[in-house]
Design a binder for this molecule. Structure first.
Ligand code: MN
Length: 477
């Protein structure tokens, strides 16, 4: 079911019936226009608010409405802002203040005082903005004529963040095994995370997954293997190893569906009863929007799931020339190793196995190689070269008492040379503004080695989401 965003016009009783009817008509028209341009939600025109009781009622309805992911407020006329205090203090949904006008241009030849009184958002919205600032709301503000592409685009991206925020507060992550022993950055306070982000972070014994894997029939695995051979090039004769991953994929999908889980973690240190570390299976689950963090990294798993949801929502509707989905890839990554050629420094991003399929620029190859750690059988994985383009690398860390988001602007580039002996998928990028200052800043801010990389989202999108979550977000480059 499509989510909704309420559109509320602020006014007051002072102007009389005729003016308020006009405010109502114009506002409904703006809401309807915007609804045609925004992919994440339908804009539902709520009405004109003229006193504190109506505003409180709106806030309560928005809070109670499970489909409502946010509220857009615009003051066509002057709306004395003390009447907004009660409602804004009650409102628990994200709010965007749209600072626009019904008319684009001034009617120089005909402008009179009636026109001035009807079209006074320029000062009405300042009064509204003051009370938002006074209440410390830190809400989004979009300024400009509502039919301009840039304005619709900014609202669409905020709507995507609001949808991601809504999703965040319904997200469950399954942890198979604890965090990798001795690792610091993947740790974090789970209660704090649930308060701040809504994430339900719970653990399951690896044995519970092993039981689910045992229930997968050979026939089910065979069917999935056929799908693999249609989609990928096989560079292995060890189909038994690949079939094992097919079983993991089927089992995890069932396990998550039964429990409403949208993200997961595992660790090579706790695969009790499993033959391989899930590689190919994890890569394919990420392609379906399931968040993943390796070595028990539940923060990155959840961040990935939320960012994939946001990437789905920040686009504009087809009616206004968009696809409804931001083009690009989003998923789990690790800063693995560097090319430190002076002036041409590059990061090689990958992981032991679990590189998201979304980043594949070449037809993935199914390969089976030993892992070197974990003491299990050689796992099957999908190997490919990565996509190019502008992007961001984002990490979420727990600084003790507060969470911090770091977003680095990066540019994904073609890999300079083939790497025939590297048995994992890989992506290469430049960190901006330059390697030395970008990476030094990242390290001084405590940014993690696990990230979510996205070519669909921008650092500004992450800032919007961080504001909704009420956490700090530092931007690099
Ligand atoms: Mn790792």
């Amino acid at each position: 079911m499509k989510k909704t965003i309420y559109f509320v016009a602020g006014s007051q009783g002072l102007y009389g019936k005729e003016t308020l009817e006009r405010v109502d008509k114009d506002s409904a028209e703006i809401a309807s226009f915007l609804s045609g341009g925004i992919a994440a939600a339908e804009i539902k025109y709520y009405g004109v608010a003229t006193d504190s009781g109506q505003i409180l009622k709106m806030a309560r309805e928005a809070n109670f409405d499970g489909d409502c992911i946010g509220v857009i407020v615009w003051c066509h006329t002057f709306s004395p802002a003390k009447m907004w205090i009660k409602g804004l203090k009650t409102l628990q949904k994200p709010m965007l203040h749209l600072h626009t006008q019904y008319n684009e241009k001034l009617p120089y030849d005909t402008i009179d005082m009636d026109f001035m009184n009807l079209n006074q958002a320029a000062h009405g919205d300042r009064e509204f903005g003051f009370i938002c600032a006074r209440l410390g709301l830190n809400n989004a503000v979009v300024t400009g004529y509502y039919r301009h592409k840039r304005v619709v685009g900014e609202i669409a991206r905020w709507a995507g963040a609001a949808a991601a925020y809504d999703y965040s507060f319904n997200l469950k992550v399954a942890r198979f095994g604890d965090n990798m022993r001795e690792v610091a950055v993947t740790e974090g306070n789970k209660v704090s995370a649930q308060i701040q982000f809504g994430w339900e972070v719970n653990t399951y014994g690896t044995g519970a997954l092993v039981e689910e894997i045992a229930k997968v029939t050979d026939n089910d695995a065979e069917c999935l293997l056929k799908e693999y051979s249609r989609l990928y090039t096989f560079k292995t004769g060890d189909t038994a190893a690949v079939a094992e991953q097919a079983k993991y994929e089927i089992a995890m999908k069932r396990f998550f569906a039964e429990r409403g889980v949208g993200a997961f973690t595992n660790t090579f240190e706790d695969l009790y009863g499993m033959k391989q570390l899930p590689g190919l299976a994890t890569q394919r689950l990420m392609a379906e929007g399931i968040g993943f963090g390796a070595e028990g990294d539940w923060k990155t798993a959840c961040l990935g799931a939320v960012m994939m949801k946001m990437a789905e929502g920040v686009g504009r509707c087809a009616e206004s020339g968009g696809t409804g989905k931001a083009a690009g890839a989003t998923g789990f990554m690790e800063d693995y190793t560097y090319d430190l050629t002076e002036g041409g420094e590059l990061v090689l991003g990958a992981h032991m196995l679990e590189v998201p399929l979304a980043f594949a620029a070449t037809k993935p190859a199914v390969e089976v190689h030993p892992l070197g750690i974990g003491g299990k059988e050689p796992p099957a994985r999908l190997v490919f070269d990565g996509v190019c383009g502008k992007g961001i690398a984002v990490s979420l860390v727990d600084m003790g008492g507060r969470f911090k988001l770091s977003a680095a602007n990066i540019e994904l580039v073609p890999q300079p040379k083939a790497m025939p002996r590297l048995p994992v998928a890989r992506v290469m990028w430049k960190i901006l503004p330059d390697h030395a200052s970008g990476v030094s800043r990242w390290i001084r801010e405590g940014g993690a080695h696990h990230t979510v990389v996205s070519t669909a989202l921008s650092a500004a999108d992450m800032k919007t989401l961080a504001d909704l979550w009420k956490i700090d977000c530092i931007v690099i480059g």
